[in-house]
Design a protein around this ligand. Structure first.
Ligand code: CNA
Length: 281
């Protein structure tokens, strides 16, 4: 890889110190806050990366009144075609977990993973072996879908067939005719109950890893700032995000998150385990 990780040397913390504390059992509850950036090396486009992100790519859709409209339920209800066009593109690809997803699985095997809060809808954490009960999918995930009006659910194979054929999937009930929408959370929709109740895990966390997110979408964007002061927060992202870096205990690993997790695995002495785990998923 040509990318390099710059660890901005903090006053009181370092990845080596964190690794030592994980190894000696001082850190045993790690909470991860993840976003689309942990899946970009799998080829899954994020929202905001210049050129490759969905917002730049769909800018060609001159019909969108504002760029977020494509994922806004109020817009989707009357103009679902742009959303289904993006979904069709994603369905034509086959995504495999990244080494960052494998790292989450490694943390789980080490029994130090408390929870992954992910904004991602791609399901790649689970595909890498992170168990369901360790994932809070704040914005839902692909894999189930239902009519927006009568709520009848559709099997995934049928949904995929219709979307791939270029049609807009609609309810069979002629009176209903509602749109069939994935159970992912669009702008303008509430988050799962599960999200609100799980945020209390931040209070007892020993370490926070924030990875691959611009921290621009609320309420997930606010999670890092809810972490009690004194708890180390590590940012693995191409750019600064949120208030990470504003506390003495913060560590910024600015760069590719795959390189970031590799440097942590090196510090843990578990680099081979990580690469083997990744190869096996
Ligand atoms: P975003 O706003 O697009 O931000 C992504 C962030 O990750 C940016 O800061 C990038 O610089 C950074 N980034 C991109 N690639 C890498 C990389 N390889 N290594 C390190 N950093 C990288 O995406 P967010 O997740 O912050 O925004 C929240 C939205 C995006 C959520 O609602 C998601 O549902 C939604 N989304 C999810 C997916 C997915 O499931 N994979 C894809 C696209 C969008």
């Amino acid at each position: 890889s040509t990318s390099s990780i710059q660890e901005q040397t903090p006053q009181i913390n370092s990845i080596d110190a964190i690794a030592t504390r994980i190894k000696n059992g001082d850190i045993k509850r790690i909470v991860v806050i993840a976003g689309a950036g942990i899946s970009t090396s799998a080829g899954y486009p994020d929202f905001r990366s210049p050129k490759t992100g969905i917002y730049d790519k769909t800018a060609a859709l001159k019909t969108l009144p504002y760029r977020e409209a494509i994922f806004d339920v109020r817009y989707f209800k009357h103009t679902p075609e742009p959303f289904f066009a993006v979904l069709r593109g994603l369905m034509q690809m086959n995504f495999k977990p990244t080494v960052t997803h494998a790292f989450l699985s490694l943390l789980h095997r080490m029994e130090v993973l408390e929870m992954v809060f992910t904004q991602n809808i791609d399901g790649l954490e689970r595909a890498a072996g992170v168990p369901d009960e360790k994932v809070v999918a704040a914005h839902g995930q692909f894999g189930s879908q239902r009519c927006m009006i009568c709520k009848i659910s559709w099997p995934s194979d049928r949904f995929e067939r219709v979307v791939k054929s270029g049609q807009v999937p609609r309810c069979d009930d002629a009176f209903c005719n509602g749109l069939i929408k994935p159970d992912t959370v669009m702008f303008g929709e509430p988050l799962s109950q599960n999200f609100a109740t799980s945020t209390k895990l931040l209070d007892s966390a020993d370490l926070i890893l924030v990875m691959g997110t611009s921290l621009k979408v609320h309420p997930v964007a606010a999670l890092p700032s809810q972490v009690p002061k004194g708890v180390p927060r590590v940012l693995l992202n191409r750019e600064k995000a949120g208030d990470l870096g504003s506390r003495r205990e913060d560590i910024l690993l600015l760069g590719d998150c795959d390189e970031g997790v590799r440097s942590i695995a090196d510090a843990l002495g578990l680099r081979d385990e990580l690469e083997n785990l990744w190869r096996a998923v």
